[in-house]
Design a protein around this ligand. Structure first.
Ligand SMILES: [Zn+2]
Length: 84
């Protein structure tokens, strides 16, 4: 193993700028995903109420795909329930 690898110092950068936003992990993201989607469906400013979710969905394509499919699922459910 090489003892001294010059990599991108992400941790150093984090220490320099400080914890601006606590990162939301995929697990936490998944736990509140349904709440977030229901806010969106209800027309609430989900991004404003859960800014960490919005930021995570921006940067995480896996969670974004989960979000999109959950949103589509809930919307189709509502569509059937609110059959005019
Ligand atoms: Zn994620």
């Amino acid at each position: 193993m090489t003892g001294n690898v010059p990599g991108v110092p992400w941790r150093t950068i984090e220490q320099l700028i400080g914890p601006v936003l606590p990162e939301l992990g995929c697990d936490e993201c998944f736990e509140v995903l349904d709440t977030y989607v229901e806010l969106e469906i209800a027309g609430a400013p989900a991004d404003a109420q859960m800014p960490l979710m919005g930021a995570h969905l921006e940067g995480c394509s896996a969670c974004r795909a989960d979000h999109d499919s959950l949103l589509a699922l809930l919307l189709s459910d509502r569509g059937e329930q609110h059959d005019r």
